[in-house]
Design a protein around this ligand. Structure first.
Ligand SMILES: Cc1cc2nc3c(=O)[nH]c(=O)nc-3n(C[C@H](O)[C@H](O)[C@H](O)COP(=O)(O)OP(=O)(O)OC[C@H]3O[C@@H](n4cnc5c(N)ncnc54)[C@H](O)[C@@H]3O)c2cc1C
Length: 307
């Protein structure tokens, strides 16, 4: 992992830095590149715009590491309302939640009940619930919640990170559930015994896991989603899917709002299933720093806004 990436990921956890930067106009302008606005309405409006180009959306309210049940319950109620709004507006939109935002650390049982409630509402509103994957210390708990919820509700998926050494094994244990898996490379600062430190090893593992997912999709034992902006990987995944005889409906590509916008439209125009993950809310500092860490050149964009 590069020094710049490591520093930016460490900075993402700094409350002091968050206080210094959050209210600065230049920083807020830079953040706008990755989110249409803080209000839910702006995210729903953006989803409606994407729908015109046959691109679906996944909505996520920014926030993590909630420590009280009262806060977690407010997050659950917020997302229940989001699912209702998606249905009322007839949007091709799903939601994605972080378990620590739903109070995983405050009370695991209550957090599981909240995820069950969201999966139920997602089913009632014909939407879909995604569970993000956070730092490696939450993987076991996240997969346990996923297994529990998936046995009751079909319309729920979980994110897995290709940078983790354990992910190939986790994937095999999930296949009996016919899981929906959003495969990503991984966005956090992890030690070398837990995650591959070299990018080329992460990229290679990503492709290996992608091919494994496609082969299980052939047998209807997985619904793969590839959360990546890596155009080389996207091309190879499409080739591998075509070689297996899978059509575009068997898998999807999910990209972040503001990244590779032209390619998102081009992929959708070629008939691929594409969704854009749209973030909103005021708790964007740690999340934005992770976006900078993914491409440290983005820091120049912040500097340009400053000058
Ligand atoms: C839909 C979606 C959901 C995600 N959910 C999670 C999750 O739950 N848990 C988790 O740990 N991570 C998540 N991530 C982040 C993911 O782990 C990676 O950190 C991120 O996607 C960058 O990796 P990449 O696959 O795009 O490939 P890379 O090889 O890192 O990048 C490929 C190319 O994409 C472009 N690019 C990548 N990132 C940026 C950026 N920030 N700004 C501008 N250009 C960029 C660059 O041109 C780069 O060369 C998610 C990503 C997506 C797209």
């Amino acid at each position: 992992m590069s020094l710049a990436r490591r520093l930016l990921l460490r900075a993402s956890r700094s409350q002091w830095l968050a206080r210094q930067l959050r209210d600065r106009a230049f920083f807020q302008r830079a953040v706008r590149r990755f989110m249409p606005g803080e209000a839910l309405d702006t995210a729903l409006d953006a989803a409606a715009e994407f729908a015109k180009s046959r691109i679906g959306a996944v909505l996520t309210e920014l926030g993590e590491q909630v420590t009280t049940r009262t806060e977690a319950e407010a997050v659950r109620e917020h997302y229940l309302g989001v699912l209702d709004r998606i249905r009322r507006r007839g949007l091709p939109a799903q939601i994605s939640v972080k378990l620590t935002h739903l109070g995983l650390e405050a009370d695991r049982e209550a957090c599981t009940r909240d995820v069950l409630a969201l999966a139920r509402r997602a089913e009632q509103t014909r939407s879909f619930l995604w569970i993000d994957m956070e730092e490696s210390r939450y993987v076991d708990a996240t997969l346990n919640v996923y297994r529990r919820v998936k046995t009751e509700w079909a319309n729920v998926g979980v994110c897995l990170q290709a940078y983790l050494r354990r992910t190939a094994g986790d994937l095999e244990t999930l296949f009996p559930l016919s899981p929906a898996i959003r495969l990503v490379k991984g966005a956090y600062n992890e030690p070398a015994d837990v995650a591959f430190p070299r990018k080329r090893d992460v990229d290679a593992n990503y492709l290996k896991l992608a091919v494994r997912l496609l082969s299980e999709a052939m047998r209807q034992r997985a619904k793969p989603v590839f959360g990546t902006h890596d155009l080389g990987s996207i091309a190879k995944i499409r080739e591998a899917a075509a070689a297996l005889g899978l059509d575009g409906g068997a898998y999807e590509f999910h990209l972040l709002y503001g990244i590779r916008a032209a390619e998102q439209r081009a992929l959708a125009a070629k008939g691929a299933g594409v969704r854009v993950l749209i973030s909103y809310g005021s708790a964007w500092f740690a999340w934005y720093m992770r976006r900078l860490a993914e491409r440290p050149a983005n820091v120049w964009f912040v500097v340009r806004n400053l000058v």
